[in-house]
Design a protein around this ligand. Structure first.
Ligand code: BGC
Length: 766
């Protein structure tokens, strides 16, 4: 309810206030009526001065958290601006008390009392941490993903937040880029489905609910294509790759009604994304008819001066607002420049009004005008965050995110009669790394470690010989400072070898610490550190019965380890319940079902690596000559391909049958495959459909994911899985500058990953 104290104060303030109040009170019943909201937005706008309109376009950082280099505005000045109605939103305010205090400054002092939005990086949970987004994407379980976003929203809104800076929907095919951990991997189809699931989880069916918040699809666009995988670096991308690979998840987000989008730090073909008119105004707003607002990334408007694109902040403000960037995050460019630019006739006030309207519209949709304090409920803050139910949900999606990469001789699940196991690696006893990067307000060291998880599930019969082995990083773990990597200290190896020697089996936890991936954590190497590699080799000398548990935020290149050990389990950074979830899989309490959302390379030199590649003019070497597209020192393909993941049971794919060998416009055919569980355990399988357009007006990828379905089969059970293939599925962005399907021959593939597939063909006629 609208806070009584505030309403009393409002009532004393004349016509404008009464008008806003009436608008606000009538808001709820018409929450879904967009015409009504538009009417209200226009009415509010008509009352606003230019300064107030610009004020809505300003987003300031609170002092609760810092996620970028802070601007030069001090708290005192910020507070004055809040009181004057010159701020539209705050970020990094992470408590009800904080949000209330700032909201009060606006509601009790400003002329029009336009409520603030409160944004935060709710990336994989708020306090209950879920698997990092890349990991969670490996579940291919859209319901579980949606649920985790919904819980994150429930927790964040209980702490005063009503705007999540997520999901990150950037496609990335370069594991050197640290932010690959934050997305859904390499594929635009899977990425689009996951983007929508996350948005639906965050926003729910009613944005005005107290438990949902506005989502933000980011970073528009092509941020994941940074040259050489170096964060913030230049992006040069062809028009067709932009449309066919990068933009689809953003389009899916727009169609799903995502409330906001964030522009990217990078330039796109010479123009900073922040001021990219074609992207923001032409494609996003005009062509897609999306009516939310675009927020800049942290100071990215101001940073256009460093890009060498803007003379100064005023110039940057001009370029960004013209391009369609609606809100300025911590850049101080709009507040400094826009009024002047309008007065000089350089910026049409209509552009500022359009931006302000988009922001007001979002605030109405959130129901903030009705009750600016609706997310400021101390009871919810006490009761709705980090609950038992949320932790259980986290464990559930965490176990579903684990990918079994290798399991020779059924080393896994662990045998019940196992008497001793060596658990080795600093990561095994690490309660912090599983929380991952972008960890909201999670407490440091709050995750269940692998060692804890194993102790709880193995029971007394199995002796655990733990050895830390070599350290990975040292010094303070921090989001804002670089990690110090241990490159040469191998003193822990002796102790690790001793533990391995006296145990039947070794569980070796290796990989990366939490802050080795994430923003500004690009790496030139995808190998594990040299001390970890040495430790592995020393252990292997004395005990070959090794289960490698990988913990990492990006695909790693581990070719020698992969060849030697009998079992590998990819566990990423799994969040609060990591150790329990890993133990669920290692012991067989859960039969692994995850599939890689991104290719795992043999070597960093393969980057960028992805399955939906083109054939090139020289795809093979029939005459044994060197003149074909390959490396002379490594294979071309992935060590573990996209879509790959094993189970403790086995699945057989048979009889791919198409309902017809051709179809035309308006028509469709089906592709049906029979999948049988040929093992002796119940298990889940993600059945994947890929299509190839053989000849196109543009060269086409050798395979593109176009559908998937998760099935669960009992031992010996078979199921027919049917996919519908229609014209829409065959469309791509063509030289006619539109999405269309071209007539011709197609191949269709169905399988349990992007490589091992059954295939058939059909013709599409126009
Ligand atoms: C990141 C964004 C994030 C913002 C606010 C930036 O550095 O690129 O993804 O939402 O900070 O924390």
């Amino acid at each position: 309810m609208f806070n009584k104290r505030t309403r009393f104060k409002l009532e004393g303030r004349g016509l404008v206030v009464t008008f806003l109040l009436v608008l606000a009170m009538s808001q709820h019943s018409f929450a879904q009526d967009s015409n009504e909201i538009e009417r209200k937005v226009d009415s509010v706008l008509s009352l606003m001065t230019l300064k107030e309109k610009i004020g809505q376009l300003v987003l300031y950082n609170g002092s609760w958290d810092v996620t970028g280099p802070p601007s030069d505005v001090g708290n005192k000045e910020k507070y004055e601006k809040l009181k004057n109605g010159e701020v539209g939103a705050m970020l990094n305010v992470t408590s009800v008390k904080g949000a209330k205090e700032l909201q009060e400054k606006v509601i009790e002092n400003s002329r029009l009392k336009i409520p603030l939005m409160f944004g935060y990086d709710v990336i994989h949970g708020y306090k209950t941490m879920f698997p990092i987004p890349l990991a969670e994407s490996a579940s291919w379980d859209l319901d579980a993903i949606k649920k985790s976003a919904a819980i994150a929203a429930k927790e964040a809104t209980a702490a005063g937040i009503n705007w999540a800076f997520g999901p990150m929907v950037d496609i990335s095919r370069d594991a050197r880029w640290g932010r690959i951990m934050e997305g859904a991997g390499e594929d635009p189809y899977l990425g689009s489905k996951i983007a929508v699931a996350r948005i639906q989880g965050f926003q729910g069916t009613d944005l005005a609910s107290k438990e949902t918040l506005a989502a933000c699809a980011k970073h528009f666009a092509a941020y994941g294509f940074a040259e050489a995988g170096r964060d913030y670096n230049t992006v040069n991308i062809g028009e067709y790759e932009l449309h066919n690979t990068v933009l689809p998840p953003f389009k899916a987000a727009a169609d799903a009604g995502v409330a906001t989008m964030m522009s990217a730090f990078n330039e796109v073909n010479g123009i900073p994304a922040t001021a990219h008119k074609e992207l923001q105004r032409d494609i996003l707003k005009d062509t897609w008819k999306w009516d939310g607002f675009v927020v800049s990334d942290w100071a990215s408007i101001m940073e256009m001066t460093f890009h060498g694109y803007s003379k100064d902040r005023v110039h940057a403000a001009e370029q960004a607002i013209i391009a369609g960037n609606d809100m300025d995050m911590e850049g101080r460019a709009y507040e400094i420049g826009l009024e002047k630019l309008v007065k000089e006739g350089k910026v049409d006030v209509k552009l500022i009004e359009d931006a302000a309207k988009r922001i007001l519209r979002t605030k109405f949709r959130l129901g903030l005008f009705e009750d600016p304090y609706k997310y400021c409920d101390e009871n919810r803050e006490k009761n709705d965050i980090y609950t038992k139910a949320h932790l259980e949900a986290s464990r559930d999606v965490a176990k579903k995110s684990i990918v079994l990469l290798k399991n020779e001789n059924n080393v896994l699940p662990l045998k019940k009669e196992l008497k001793s196991v060596a658990v080795i690696g600093a990561l095994a006893d690490d309660k912090d790394t599983p929380i991952g990067s972008w960890r909201g307000v999670a407490e440091s060291n709050s995750a269940v470690s692998l060692l804890e998880g194993l102790k709880a599930s193995l029971g007394k019969k199995t002796t655990i010989n733990y050895a830390k082995g070599v350290a990975i990083g040292s010094g303070e773990r921090s989001f804002i400072k670089a990690l110090k990597i241990n490159r040469d200290d191998v003193t822990g190896i002796k102790e690790a070898v001793a533990a391995a020697k006296k145990s039947e089996l070794v569980i070796l936890a290796i990989g990366e610490e939490a802050y080795q991936s994430g923003e500004a954590r690009s790496q030139v190497s995808l190998s594990i550190t040299a001390p970890q590699q040495k430790m592995f080799e020393a252990i292997y000398e004395v005990n070959k019965n090794i289960v490698v548990v990988l913990m990492n935020g990006r695909p790693l290149a581990i070719p020698t380890i992969a060849e030697k050990v009998p079992a590998i389990v990819e566990t990423w950074h799994l969040g609060s319940e990591s150790g329990n979830a890993i133990a669920d899989v290692l012991t067989g309490a859960y039969n692994p079902s995850g599939k890689l959302p991104v290719s795992f390379p043999r070597h960093v030199g393969q980057m960028p690596l992805y399955y939906a590649t083109k054939t090139t003019g020289r795809p093979s070497n029939p005459d044994g000559m060197v003149f074909w597209s390959h490396y002379t020192d490594e294979k071309n393909d992935a060590l573990f391909p996209f879509g790959y993941g094993l189970s403790y049971t086995t699945f057989e794919y048979k009889d791919l049958v198409l309902s017809a060998s051709s179809f035309g416009t308006g028509g469709k055919i089906t592709a049906t495959v029979t999948v049988t569980n040929t093992g002796d355990r119940k298990g889940k399988e993600v059945v994947q459909l890929y299509v190839r357009d053989l000849i196109g007006s543009l060269t086409r990828p050798i395979k593109e994911l176009k559908g998937f379905e998760m099935i669960e089969l009992n031992p010996k059970e078979s199921k027919k899985v049917t996919f519908t293939i229609d014209e829409k599925m065959l469309q791509f962005y063509t030289p006619n500058k539109k999405w269309e399907a071209e007539a011709g021959d197609f191949k269709v593939f169905v399988g349990g990953n992007s490589v091992d597939v059954l295939e058939s063909d059909f013709v599409f006629k126009k």
